[in-house]
Each structure stands twice: as structure tokens, then as C-alpha cells.
Design a protein around this ligand. Sequence first.
Ligand code: DLZ
Length: 204
Amino acid sequence: MAAIDPTVKGLKPSTEQYNGAGERFLIVHARWNDQVITPLVQGAVDTMIKMGVSRDNIVIETVPGSYELPMACSRLIAASQIQASATASDLMGASTLLDAPASAPTSAPSSSVSKGPFAAAIAVGVLIKGSTQHFEYISDAVTHGLMRVQLDTGVPVVYGVLNCNTDEQALQRAGVGKETKGHNHGEDWGAAAVELGVKTKRWA
Ligand code: DLZ
């Protein structure tokens, strides 16, 4: 009998290799807690590229905070499905969504949203518990909102939202912890997006 791994938690590697070549993906990320968000998004992008996705086929948009993630995912997925000539900014009507700083290494022009449907999306946010009930309300709303978006649109939305008690917990889950580096969960989210994008086509 094989020895039992003492670690209970964690993602068992897939037995199948998934290839995201030719598929388009959406990442929407909050700008709150940027020190954690940046490595998470980078981890997701790097993993998707390793799995065959072209960088040109990864559209990245930002929103102010996690609370805005469901709305942005919903509108951007709808925009990509319509494939109309209208740009994302026409459809979204919220200029703040498109205000990524010019220096942001990962941002892409929003007009690329209308180039074709997304195989999957990743919503990335970092919520850190404060001294009020704010965290609980936002966390709950975002979680339910993102589930609703994926069920309503049929496009998988990977739950890239960290809900942490401390800054250090969040940093460790982005692989940049101060006490121990930890594991970058963005890498898992990138892999999940490619796997789900490929599988959702199969399940059609
Ligand atoms: C207001 C707020 C607070 C206090 N904390 C966070 C947080 O830890 N993570 C996050 O992503 N966003 C936070 N926000 C902003 C809200 O998500 C949202 O952007 C604003 O309430 C405006 O709707």
C-alpha cells in the first residue's frame, strides 16, 4: 500500500496535460492590496503561457476593489460573447475600470475584449480582515456574485480571491511572504483557467 501523504490540503496535480493554445482568457483584478495582487496576476499569466496560451490572448482589466469583480467579469464576458464591433469601454461605460496605470506590465487594451469569446476568466482580489464587518459583507457578496456570473454566462470564472486575516497570510499565498515565502496561488488559478476552458468546450 502506498504511503499516505501527511499533507491533507492542496491541489493534486492533474493526470492530463491541458493546452490553451488558440484560446482566449480574461483576468480581472482589483487594485486594492497591490503588493499581493501583482505577483498573483503574474503567476497566473506565467502558468497560462507555459500551458500554451499566447500572451496576446490574455486580456487583463482592473477594477478598484474586489467588490467590483463580479460586475466587471459579467460585462467583459458578455462583451466577448457578443463579438460586436463595440469596444469594451462602450459596453462597460465605467471609465475607472479601464484606468490601469500606463506602467502596469500586465494591462491590455480593452478593445481586445471584442475579438472573441473567453474560454475562462480569473477574478483576482485580496480581502484582508479589518476591525469591522466590512470584510464579511464584501467577501460574501463577491463570492456569490462570481458564482452567479459563471453559471449565468457558462464561462468558468476561477475564484482568485484571497480572504485573509493578516497581511502576512495574503503575502504568503502570493509566494512573497516575509516569514516564509509560501506558494503563489495565482499559478494554480492560471492552471485551473486553462483546464476549465478546455473542459468546458468538451462538456458543450
Ligand atoms: C473599501 C475596501 C476595503 C476596506 N478593503 C478592501 C480590501 O481589503 N480588498 C479589496 O479588494 N477591496 C477593499 N475595499 C474596496 C471595495 O472592494 C470596493 O472597491 C469599494 O467599496 C467601492 O465599491
